[in-house]
Design a protein around this ligand. Structure first.
Ligand SMILES: CC(C)(COP(=O)(O)OP(=O)(O)OC[C@H]1O[C@@H](n2cnc3c(N)ncnc32)[C@H](O)[C@@H]1OP(=O)(O)O)[C@@H](O)C(=O)NCCC(=O)NCCS
Length: 139
């Protein structure tokens, strides 16, 4: 089931975020990511996939800058189309906010990179700070 997250989902969303094996949260990014997450909890939407009584994945856009802030699926639930089902909802939030292009960055050589390429995102270059791939997609 896909639904909007409530306050009660926050701990489990963090658990899923911390359970991933790739694109793990860097210690240096914890504070900034926390700030963004708090702003979106208050002003935006975390879309969650619930199965077996718990959130197993989420997708979330930042309507301030046109980025996909997060797309994460618990490792035990990968490969079943959950990300594919969730991502369009976060993209729709950006479209509704007035953006014509969605942007995101992800680690090179990851399952996520393969996922975005299969989903027709365009590789537009590398981030100076960490070499992550910057992907864009028309909305
Ligand atoms: C990347 C991640 C979100 C994918 O989640 P998922 O639920 O396993 O993905 P799905 O099951 O929806 O996608 C399955 C397949 O569909 C493919 N696919 C996705 N969109 C597609 C599309 N529109 N058309 C055709 N194929 C598509 C993917 O390439 C993938 O293929 P594979 O299983 O052969 O590798 C998940 O692995 C994850 O959370 N990884 C760790 C965290 C991370 O890297 N997040 C992204 C940070 S930016």
């Amino acid at each position: 089931m896909i639904r909007k997250a409530t306050t009660a989902d926050r701990p489990r969303i963090s658990e899923v975020r911390n359970a991933v094996r790739e694109n793990k949260l860097e210690p240096g990014s914890v504070a900034k990511v926390g700030d963004t997450a708090r702003w979106i909890y208050d002003n935006g939407t975390f879309w969650v996939w619930e199965e077996d009584g718990a959130v197993q994945g989420f997708a979330v856009a930042d309507p301030r800058d046109g980025t996909i802030f997060g797309l994460f699926v618990h490792p035990d639930y990968e490969g079943r189309g959950i990300a594919r089902a969730l991502l369009p909802l976060a993209c729709s939030d950006l479209k509704r906010a007035g953006f014509t292009t969605a942007t995101l960055n992800t680690g090179a050589g990851t399952r996520a990179e393969r996922f975005y390429r299969a989903d027709s995102w365009t590789d537009t270059g590398r981030r100076d700070a960490d070499g992550e791939i910057i992907f864009e997609k028309a909305l």
